[in-house]
Design a protein around this ligand. Structure first.
Ligand code: HEC
Ligand code: HEC
Ligand code: HEC
Ligand code: HEC
Ligand code: HEC
Ligand code: HEC
Ligand code: HEC
Ligand code: HEC
Ligand code: HEC
Ligand code: HEC
Ligand code: HEC
Length: 423
């Protein structure tokens, strides 16, 4: 090794100090002879100036504090490299343009694609195609310490993926620059983020579960797993049971037939800020979500005792849309399987009203007194009450007006009489 170092100690370049350092240690006389012998052998045996073995490069680069002329660190952690998945490769397998020393100060960039063509091809057509730093290292981390994806030290080990993607997608400036949402913090607070980061649950959704790894596409691309119509399938890879229910309901059928106005999983649950549905905050925020599409039904629900109670101090146990309609297999009221079909109401209301009977369920959860066809009794009651109200108000208004006119006339009369007195 000594031989190599001396042989390649650069002279008269800015690297000089480095070369000096390599040759600085003074070996004993015997060792010098031995070294000279090796040197001659090496000169004879090896084609000139071939640098191949890791050790050759590491004789200089193993110094972790080594810097190039511009002050950039060019040291390599040899221990980490040898324990990495590429530990058995030679440096020049990746640094394919370096075969001899002196080598160029700025050798050609490493092409991972020569060995990993599929991943490189996927990346090329993705949203990350324009990455400025080394495109692969931006997710895989230090190029000399890459580990298998199922190794806990890997930057793409399932539990580490959110942090890896989060180095960019948790960055406010980057989000602003590209007009993206800053999704990382929302994700970390979600049920999935909690399961991954706090419970270490490998089967919970990390960024890759929904977006893929190399061929990541924007959500407006119909081929993306996050494109609206593909979302049920994306979530369904883990939530298979819920997906089946959803596909059997009106919303699922509508989306499957291409109606983009109907909701998919993320319209009700969001994509990154998914809450546990039993949480009070979910129950409070989701009623208006159903209501954002079903405005009429939301308004009539708003008039009922259930809703008023829900608003009052945030009482959460009261009936929300899905307590009566179900959440995923939602069906029209005319479908006998619907929980709000007339025959099922006793059971549905009975979940909370133990004494619910046929007359109790006559109560209209969406009573709309303005709709004569749907709610004739209410309609006429409202009409009668309105007539009564307006006729009483009208009578008093007329009465007051006449009273006023008369009092003006009286005043005017008395006024003139007063003036006359003064004169
Ligand atoms: C005798 C010492 C020595 C040996 C041996 C050596 N290098 Fe270097 N290498 C350097 C120095 C010094 C620099 C900094 C160059 C500069 O100042 O710009 C450097 C820089 C580099 C760079 C960084 C260039 C950049 O863009 O910043 C790479 C990559 C590199 N070497 C790879 C290798 C490989 C691979 C080998 C083995 C095949 C090797 N080196 C062998 C001394 C050495
Ligand atoms: C798996 C491929 C791979 C192997 C094997 C590899 N490197 Fe690198 N190396 C890279 C990549 C990628 C970079 C980032 C710069 C680039 O794109 O060229 C890099 C950068 C460097 C740099 C510049 C400093 C830095 O960290 O950015 C040095 C020096 C270097 N490598 C030395 C070595 C040495 C010495 C070995 C052998 C012990 C080695 N490399 C093995 C991929 C590799
Ligand atoms: C946007 C982040 C990202 C970028 C950029 C990226 N990768 Fe990956 N890579 C991942 C993730 C995440 C995995 C884990 C895949 C899995 O667990 O199935 C992975 C896994 C791999 C694997 C293991 C085999 C496989 O496909 O599962 C290889 C090999 C790989 N990447 C190579 C590359 C190369 C080469 C590049 C550059 C061309 C690159 N990666 C760029 C995120 C990335
Ligand atoms: C000279 C060929 C070669 C080059 C160049 C190369 N790799 Fe590899 N890579 C391999 C081999 C061989 C393996 C081990 C495959 C295995 O064990 O399944 C591997 C494994 C990997 C793995 C782990 C795969 C897994 O199953 O989890 C990743 C990630 C990876 N490489 C990324 C990269 C990146 C990023 C680069 C560029 C910086 C790169 N590789 C450059 C040959 C190469
Ligand atoms: C449970 C599935 C899921 C997980 C987990 C997930 N995403 Fe998303 N992501 C989506 C969906 C679906 C969209 C489509 C747009 C939407 O509904 O907000 C999206 C959109 C995005 C967008 C684009 C936002 C925009 O402004 O257009 C980015 C960036 C993103 N995700 C990054 C991430 C990162 C980083 C992680 C991990 C920290 C992650 N996602 C985890 C499903 C997921
Ligand atoms: C090195 C920084 C970086 C890393 C790491 C990174 N991204 Fe990105 N990502 C970006 C940038 C920048 C964009 C915007 C690209 C553009 O619009 O040109 C982007 C765009 C996206 C988009 C598309 C948003 C849209 O709908 O247009 C998604 C989805 C996404 N990234 C997910 C991920 C996931 C998942 C990971 C981890 C596996 C990840 N990113 C890792 C920088 C990064
Ligand atoms: C990689 C598998 C996976 C994917 C993909 C996935 N999830 Fe999950 N999800 C889980 C796991 C595992 C849990 C349980 C976490 C826990 O209980 O700690 C969970 C929990 C949930 C919960 C809370 C359930 C409860 O009873 O508390 C909801 C809601 C949810 N996911 C919705 C979604 C939606 C919506 C999507 C798609 C946008 C999705 N998930 C994609 C694995 C996944
Ligand atoms: C129309 C709104 C809506 C849509 C669309 C929707 N969900 Fe839900 N989801 C809910 C509501 C509301 C709950 C709470 C149910 C409860 O507490 O009884 C829920 C509950 C859940 C739960 C907890 C377990 C359970 O069944 O109570 C999971 C997991 C879940 N949804 C996943 C999904 C997935 C995956 C999709 C897409 C295939 C989806 N949801 C589509 C509104 C929706
Ligand atoms: C993104 C908008 C959207 C959201 C959010 C939404 N829906 Fe719907 N809903 C629709 C559309 C569109 C239809 C009509 C589907 C069809 O073509 O039959 C529908 C149909 C229905 C039907 C059947 C009505 C009929 O006339 O057949 C019921 C009941 C229903 N939704 C209840 C709910 C409940 C409960 C929620 C919240 C848990 C909810 N919806 C959330 C858009 C939405
Ligand atoms: C207390 C139980 C209950 C609650 C809470 C409830 N509904 Fe209903 N909903 C019903 C019943 C019963 C019907 C059928 C009678 C009717 O049309 O008024 C119905 C009918 C509907 C219909 C029409 C279905 C069809 O096939 O014509 C829609 C849409 C609807 N509800 C949406 C909602 C939304 C959105 C919410 C929450 C804002 C909600 N419901 C809250 C019980 C309820
Ligand atoms: C998720 C539970 C839940 C469901 C399902 C539910 N309710 Fe209620 N309801 C409540 C709560 C809580 C109150 C207020 C406390 C009370 O008075 O019992 C209430 C109050 C009422 C009231 C006024 C007070 C009373 O008890 O007379 C009526 C009427 C009513 N509900 C009718 C219905 C009808 C009809 C259905 C079925 C279509 C239904 N509810 C389904 C929880 C529910």
């Amino acid at each position: 090794m000594e031989v190599l170092r001396n042989r390649y100690a650069p002279v008269g370049r800015e690297r000089k100090s480095y070369g000096d350092r390599c040759g600085a240690a003074k070996p004993a006389i015997g060792a010098r002879w031995l070294a000279a012998g090796f040197f001659v052998l090496w000169m004879l045996a090896i084609p000139r100036a071939m640098l191949a073995k890791d050790a050759d490069c590491l004789s200089c680069h193993a110094d972790k504090t080594m810097q190039d002329a511009s002050g950039k660190n060019v040291g390599v952690d040899a221990t980490a490299f040898h324990s990495s998945i590429h530990g058995s490769l030679a440096c020049s397998d990746c640094h394919a343009s370096i075969h001899e020393y002196p080598h160029p100060d700025h050798p050609a960039a490493v092409e991972c694609a020569t060995c990993h063509a599929d991943q490189a091809k996927g990346l090329k057509g993705s949203v990350h195609a324009k990455a400025s730093a080394h495109p692969c290292a931006s997710c895989h981390g230090d190029a000399h310490a890459i580990f298998a994806k199922d190794d806990v030290r890997s930057a793409v080990y399932p539990l580490n993926i959110p942090r890896t993607c989060g180095t960019c997608h948790g960055d406010h400036l980057l989000a602003k620059k590209y007009g993206l949402q800053n999704v990382y913090s929302a994700y970390m607070d979600s049920i999935h983020g909690y399961a991954v980061s706090k419970e270490g649950l490998l089967v919970a959704a990390n960024c890759m579960s929904c977006h893929g790894s190399h061929h990541i596409l924007g959500h407006n691309d119909p081929k993306s797993p996050t494109y609206k119509t593909n979302i049920p399938n994306t979530c369904g890879t883990c939530h298979g049971g819920v997906e089946d229910q959803y596909l059997g309901g009106v919303h699922g059928k509508a989306v499957a037939s291409g109606d983009l106005k109907a909701p998919v999983c993320t319209d009700c649950h969001t994509a990154h800020a998914i809450l546990q549905p039993t949480m009070a905050s979910f129950r409070m925020q989701s009623t208006p979500i159903c209501g954002s599409c079903h405005q009429g039904r939301f308004a009539t629900y708003g008039d009922t005792f259930h809703s008023q109670l829900g608003l009052l101090g945030g009482y959460v146990q009261t009936a929300r849309c899905w307590d009566c309609h179900g959440a995923h297999e939602i069906l029209p009221a005319s479908d006998p399987r619907s929980p709000v079909a007339p025959a099922n109401l006793i059971e549905t209301c009975g979940k909370c009203h133990a004494d619910a009977n046929a007359s109790f369920v006559q109560y209209q959860p969406h009573a709309n007194p303005r709709d004569r066809r749907l709610n004739p009794a209410l309609y006429y009651i409202r009409l009668f009450m309105n007539l009564l109200l307006w006729s009483v108000l009208g009578f008093f208004a007329l009465h007051t007006l006449l009273w006023f006119l008369r009092s003006r006339r009286e005043q005017a009369k008395n006024g003139h009489a007063g003036e006359a007195k003064h004169d």
